[in-house]
Design a binder for this molecule. Structure first.
Ligand SMILES: [Zn+2]
Length: 292
């Protein structure tokens, strides 16, 4: 397990996907390079002298490509804009005081702080790879699910967006474990990091990301990756997320969230027989109408 770093990546979706202005910082990025990979086509924009960061990001995109194609391919090229400083990144996304933020994904754009400025000694290549895999998962999910005009109106919940990106990038080592989440539910029954993450993400974004990761992994375990593809396909055909999820899974998204919460609170993740008897095995229909 690698050292857990502060949270590096946050999708546009967590903070609200809109509002990206294009200030002078981007206009000053005159260098361009193009990259074709199995998953799609990319254009990188960067400042003269920042070729090392361009190279690191190109390598990260190539490494991400074969792992992204499990979800399909990109319909339109993705523009990767390498901002020279953290301040430039915050200016582009119109947000302040997100010190840990390193990138921001939209439908066909990723704004990324130049990896050479992530720390005094630059970025660990493995962290750059992980960040790009996470962010590109967001672009791919948006492109599979919507067009460039309506991707922000699909009402895709945070747990699905961030969970999909975190699971694809194997980021569980960064987040609280299922037992930690179970304790959180025990101690904070008034809080819901999956169903109502908004009040938690500023101060406790690790529990929000962890819960999203585990909920998405639970979705795949119970219903399979094909179900995720059906959700995206339903949205691509015009449905919002709530309708596409209901259609693809046969259960409403809120009922699924309640199932997941019950699974965690009853420690359904423990091996059978461990710590006080067999783990409860919950069929979806057992709890669908009876949220705890
Ligand atoms: Zn994200």
């Amino acid at each position: 397990m690698r050292r857990a770093l502060p949270l590096l990546a946050l999708a546009a979706a967590l903070l609200g996907p809109g509002c990206a202005r294009i200030p002078g910082a981007v206009a000053g990025l005159r260098e361009r390079s193009e990259l074709r990979a199995e998953v799609g086509t990319f254009e990188l924009a960067y400042a003269a002298g920042d070729e090392a960061s361009r190279d690191a990001l190109e390598r990260a995109i190539r490494a991400a490509s074969p792992r992204l194609v499990r979800w399909g391919t990109l319909r339109v090229p993705v523009r990767v804009v390498i901002l020279p400083t953290h301040e430039a990144l915050e200016a582009v996304i119109n947000r302040r005081d997100y010190e840990w933020l390193r990138a921001w994904a939209r439908y066909d754009e990723i704004f990324v702080q130049s990896p050479r400025t992530w720390t005094f000694t630059g970025a660990n290549p493995a962290d750059v790879d992980e960040l790009m895999l996470h962010e590109l998962t967001h672009c791919l999910m948006y492109q599979r699910s919507a067009g460039g005009e309506d991707w922000m109106r699909k009402r895709i919940p945070l747990w699905f967006r961030e969970g999909m990106a975190s699971v694809t990038a194997n980021q569980s080592y960064r987040w609280p474990a299922l037992e930690d989440l179970a304790r959180f539910y025990d101690e904070r029954p008034d809080q819901d990091p999956v169903g109502k993450p908004e009040s938690l993400y500023r101060g406790q974004n690790e529990i929000v990301y962890g819960a999203a990761h585990h909920a998405f992994a639970f979705l795949i375990r119970r219903y399979g990756e094909k179900a995720v593809e059906r959700v995206m396909e339903g949205m691509a055909q015009g449905a919002t997320f709530p309708d596409a999820f209901q259609q693809a899974i046969g259960l409403s998204a809120p009922a699924f969230v309640q199932d997941f919460r019950l699974f965690v609170r009853l420690r359904g993740f423990r091996p059978a027989g461990a710590l006080g008897g067999p783990a409860p095995f919950l069929q979806p229909q057992e709890s669908a109408g009876n949220p705890p």
